[in-house]
Ligand binder design. Structure first.
Ligand code: AMP
Ligand code: ZN
Length: 112
């Protein structure tokens, strides 16, 4: 998707603080962190949001979910972390490339 901010980050056309990368996912620090640790986990394939997913994405989504605890631990979040997925304008999604927020550590805001 030529005009997608996160596709440009994956391609290296826009700089990011990369934490992890493999064939399927790219992980980087949120530019405006809401807690001490704030990562964004994105699939390399351009998918707009959870609303865009089809049956063929089952294994990719499972792969991402299984990777989250490992990524959180790699940032020192030994006792837990929060995940957030905003979907569509009604869910507060600002960047139209599916992303999972991982948050934790000092300054984690209350949820309620
Ligand atoms: P969302 O509101 O769920 O779409 O989240 C988008 C997130 O992307 C926000 O937390 C932003 O701070 C973050 N963000 C926007 N631009 C960049 C960037 N260039 N590098 C890293 N994070 C970004
Ligand atoms: Zn994209």
């Amino acid at each position: 998707m030529s005009n997608c901010l996160f596709c440009k980050i994956i391609a290296g056309d826009i700089p990011s603080s990369k934490v992890y990368e493999d064939d399927l996912i790219f992980v980087f620090k949120d530019i405006s962190p809401k807690a001490e640790v704030h990562l964004l986990v994105i699939p390399k394939v351009h998918l707009e949001s959870l609303d865009s997913l089809k049956d063929e994405h089952q294994s990719l989504i499972a792969y991402i979910m299984l990777k989250l605890p490992e990524l959180a631990r790699s940032q020192g979040l030994e006792d837990g972390f929060r995940t957030i997925i905003n979907t569509g304008p009604g869910g507060g999604q600002e960047v139209g490339h599916l992303h999972i927020h991982i948050l934790g550590g000092e300054g984690l805001p209350g949820f309620n």
